[in-house]
Write a protein that binds this ligand. Structure first.
Ligand code: COA
Length: 365
């Protein structure tokens, strides 16, 4: 049994915070932020938006693409570092508000690597036939945990969510290999110190700003560039493939320079690396599914393509996964997958042709 990715969706708040806006808030400027990170703007949640509400928005879109109803879902995994509460799990709020009455639900905490971890766990649940349909969601409202007076961190992060639907299918596809790693000795490099059982919230912790993200940027940078290439190579090897077989790498979107350094180490062309950190900043665990949605939208990821997801983050954690992209199951399940893949490719060629013709018409008009 395989776990095909048959639905996807993303949600970002409409409010955009540009580097120029940030320059009004802290001592920074657009040139510094762009040259060090590649980030130009990020989306920030409105007061009524939360990690759960963004997750639900993304999940509903993913279910629609997969042509499933919430009651068809057996398992919901919400990966997040910014849950609604310490408990209950944000996944349970999502389950309830979706009306996914038959689903088990839990949160997964592996920071920016969390979506890859969640994808792996949901895949194993499907492959062992424990569940048939799973929702994997990455969601963050990091803006609630950022010290907006700390220029070394507040420029980096953004809010958003992305969701995948995974469905059981007998033809090979979906996640075919993965690597999950951690090194807890680096836990203090990226941490939210207070609010847990180790240091419960108190007037002192609030006064000292210990409920905000703290980071040692340079060390995290060094760690990230070291592990991204390693994990990618390992996952590709585990899938018995080579990098030439990979049509697109979709990395965690933390920093343009980190992504470029990793691509250089892999000797992999940047044209085949998905980057959208410029418009969203670092949305932590949501960044890979958001980038995937945009890769599909722009025709860079199509049925049958082999792609690598690779990420790193607090913990320290990191990981990579090789995925054969599927697309929604055909409504008539009897259509053979090879035929379906051909049809999907034909459909996307036609769509691109229509877009090009539209472009010519609008361009001339
Ligand atoms: N605007 C202007 N100057 C800034 C600044 C800002 N927003 N933030 C820091 N600086 C200053 C520093 O104060 C320092 O000044 P000094 O030399 O006078 O002390 C100088 O710029 C260099 O700081 P440094 O921290 O060494 O910069 P850097 O080149 O390492 O870039 C990061 C900082 C955060 C962009 C970079 O380290 C990074 O991207 N790290 C990885 C972070 C990450 O991805 N975290 C998430 C992981 S999931």
């Amino acid at each position: 049994m395989y776990a095909h990715i048959t639905g996807w969706g993303m949600a970002v708040p409409s409010r955009v915070l540009t580097n120029h806006d940030l320059a009004q808030m802290v001592e920074t400027d657009n040139e510094w932020i762009v040259s060090r990170t590649g980030i130009q703007e990020r989306h920030i949640a409105n007061p009524e938006q939360t990690s759960a509400s963004l997750a639900i928005e993304a999940a509903l879109k993913a279910l629609e693409v997969a042509n499933l109803k919430p009651v068809d879902v057996d398992l919901i995994i919400v990966s997040t570092s910014t849950p609604e509460h310490v408990f209950p799990a944000t996944a349970c709020l999502v389950q309830d508000r979706l009306g996914a009455a038959r689903a088990g639900a839990f949160d997964l905490s592996a920071a920016c690597s969390g979506f890859i971890y969640a994808l792996d766990i949901a895949t194993q649940a499907i492959r062992t036939e424990s569940v048939k349909n799973a929702l994997v969601i990455g969601t963050e409202t990091l803006s609630r945990f950022v010290d907006w007076e700390d220029r070394t961190t507040c420029i980096l992060f953004g809010d958003g969510a992305g969701a995948f639907v995974l469905q059981a299918g007998e033809e090979p596809g979906g996640l075919i290999s993965s690597v999950m790693r951690s090194d807890g000795s680096g836990g203090n490099l990226l941490i939210l110190p207070a609010g847990g059982s180790h240091l419960p919230a108190s007037p002192e912790t609030v006064r000292e700003g210990l409920h905000y993200i703290q980071m040692h940027g340079r060390e995290v940078f060094r760690f990230a560039t070291r592990v991204m290439a390693q994990a990618t190579e390992e996952a590709v090897k585990k899938a018995h493939l080579s990098l030439e077989d990979i049509s697109l790498i979709i990395p965690h979107q933390a920093n343009q320079r980190i992504i470029e350094t990793a691509a250089r180490k892999l000797n992999f062309p940047m044209e085949r690396v998905m980057v959208n950190v410029d418009r969203y900043g670092n949305t932590s665990t949501a960044s890979i599914p958001i980038a995937t949605c945009e890769a599909i939208q722009s025709g860079r990821l199509q049925a049958g393509d082999k792609t690598v997801f690779v990420g790193f983050g607090a913990g320290l954690t990191w990981g990579a996964a090789v995925v054969i992209w599927s697309g929604p199951f055909p409504v008539r399940r009897r259509v053979r997958p090879t035929r379906y893949r051909l049809l999907a490719r034909l459909r996307s060629i036609l769509l691109r042709l229509v877009r090009r013709i539209e472009g010519i018409i609008w361009g001339n008009g």
